[in-house]
Design a protein around this ligand. Structure first.
Ligand SMILES: [Zn+2]
Ligand SMILES: [Zn+2]
Length: 70
C-alpha cells in the first residue's frame, strides 16, 4: 500500500488535463490565462501563445483566444 501522505504529496503536483482527462505533472505554462483550463504537454497545441493587454506572453485556449483576439 502507498503511504496516504505520499499520495497527497504526489497529487499536489499532478493536474487533470481538460482535454484528454489524464493526470499530468502540473506546469503553469500550459494553462489558459483566462479560463484556467489546463492542457497536458500532449494537448498543448490547443493553447495559443499570444500577447495580452500588458504585452506579456500568455497562453489562451482556442475559445478564449477567439473571444479576445477576433
Ligand atoms: Zn491532455
Ligand atoms: Zn481559456
Amino acid at each position: 500500500m502507498f503511504d496516504p501522505y505520499l499520495v497527497q504529496y504526489i497529487l499536489k503536483y499532478l493536474i487533470l488535463c481538460n482535454n484528454c482527462n489524464k493526470y499530468c505533472i502540473y506546469n503553469d505554462c500550459n494553462i489558459c490565462c483566462i479560463c484556467n483550463i489546463f492542457y497536458c504537454s500532449h494537448c498543448n497545441e490547443h493553447l495559443k501563445l499570444n500577447y495580452n493587454n500588458n504585452e506579456t506572453l500568455s497562453n489562451y485556449c482556442i475559445p478564449c483566444n477567439t473571444m479576445i483576439f477576433s
